[in-house]
Ligand binder design. Structure first.
Ligand SMILES: Cc1ncc(COP(=O)(O)O)c(C=O)c1O
Length: 398
């Protein structure tokens, strides 16, 4: 049966990480993977998460199945964290949430829901977008195409082009938007620009599918939710895929949620039943542990306060590193003005150096970034920053 199977090439991001691990350069630096790292290069467990986990385990009396839609405390708390208490109450039965295996599971369940409606249009994603959006959505049967987003000339969003493209999308299509901390570019739209995008979606009867994987990594928990909150307050139909992998550090626990807002409670219940049916066909129900921990944490004011303070420190550290990189590179060379690096949001940004230099950094110095020039800002550290500045400058000014 398997004699004709050929081994597939590795995923570009995960594959590069494997190459990094095999590299015997003692000075190697990994700026490619999408996980937060502290000054020691570790991805620590948040103290508040560890406490919540211990309390949950101590109190747990059974491992029987959780409700299929997910842990009710988790679903309620995580919806309130993202959408805000007032709006959750206002939306009432127009909003439902289903627990998923991470943000990827949420994206996939959102895609399955769209397919189950008989939707035959296109899903429009930013150019560029997170590489996994394509396989996740296309393999559910959706057809994807792009709207213009990133401008290499300014290393920021080409908002005019984005608006022009979105204004020409056929009515009824889906527009995938990054809720905050755009991956891979780190270039976000402002609150005013969100307002304008949402007005066009409203005028043209377009449905947003908002991917939120970094709430709290950009400007703050509430600030990063601006787009989602505005969309659900203004539009009749919205899908939101939310991941707890980064902001709760739950990566391997596969903790996420798909949220759906429709015109009324009846439609939302129907949508929820289709999501649960899709889940049943794929994996029956989502893993519980991560959701149980996040739900327990958010249900405790004390643990929530502790987690928020830890999350603030993570964000502030990434911001310091980002500014340090921009200032270091600007001081060391004049070929590229790296101010845009300090303006980027979240864990990623493009470095905007020639692709040949990306390969030279990798082969000669063991400094790994993606060929798109995406770097993980959290892969920088107070220790490796001077070395990175020196080597990037050396390669750039050869
Ligand atoms: C833009 C974006 N969406 C969704 C995800 C989903 O992550 P996970 O499935 O690990 O929760 C990620 C993770 O890197 C991401 O960057």
């Amino acid at each position: 049966m398997f004699q004709h199977l050929e081994t597939l090439p590795a995923d570009p991001i995960l594959g590069l990480n494997q190459t990094f691990l095999k590299d015997d350069n003692p000075d190697k630096i990994n700026l490619s993977v999408g996980v937060y790292q502290n000054a020691q290069g570790q991805t620590p467990i948040f103290t508040a998460v560890k406490k919540a986990e211990q309390e949950l385990i101590d109190a747990q009396l059974t491992k029987t199945y959780a409700p299929q839609a997910g842990d009710p405390t988790f679903l309620n708390q995580v919806s309130r964290l993202l959408i805000g208490d007032t709006l959750v109450d206002e939306l009432g039965d127009r909003l439902e949430a289903v627990m998923t295996p991470g943000g990827c599971g949420a994206l996939r369940m959102g895609a399955e829901l769209l397919v189950s409606t008989g939707f035959k249009g296109k899903v429009w994603v930013s150019d560029p977008t997170w590489a996994n959006h394509f396989p996740l959505l296309q393999s559910a049967g959706l057809s994807l195409t792009t709207y213009r987003y990133y401008d290499e000339a300014t290393n920021g969003v080409n908002f005019e082009a984005m608006m022009e493209d979105i204004s020409n999308i056929p009515e009824g299509d889906i527009v995938l938007l990054h809720g905050c901390c755009h991956n891979p570019t780190g270039a976000d739209i402002s609150s005013e620009q969100w307002d304008q995008v949402i007005s066009v979606l409203q005028e043209r009867n377009l449905v947003p599918f908002i991917d939120v994987a970094y709430q709290g990594f950009g400007e703050g928990l509430d600030e990063d939710a601006y787009g989602v909150r505005t969309a659900v307050s203004k539009l009749p139909e919205v899908l939101v895929a939310n991941s707890c992998s980064k902001n709760f550090g739950m990566y391997r626990e596969r903790t996420g949620v798909i949220m759906v807002v429709t015109e009324n409670g009846r439609q939302t219940q129907a949508a929820k039943s289709h999501i649960m049916s899709a889940a049943r066909r794929c994996y029956s129900m989502s893993p519980y542990h991560g959701a149980g921990v996040v739900g327990h944490l958010l249900n405790s004011p004390q643990l929530t306060a502790e987690w928020k303070s830890e999350l603030n420190k993570v964000r502030e550290r990434m911001n310091r590193l980002r500014v340090g990189l921009a200032e270091g590179l600007n001081a060391a060379q004049s070929r590229i003005n790296f101010d845009f690096v300090s303006r980027s949001n979240g864990m990623f940004c493009y470095l905007g150096i020639p692709q040949a230099d990306v390969l030279t950094l990798r082969s000669e110095y063991g400094i790994y970034l993606l060929e798109s020039t995406r770097i993980n800002v959290a892969g920088l550290s107070e220790d490796n920053l001077p070395v990175i500045v020196e080597r990037v400058t050396e390669v750039l000014t050869r």
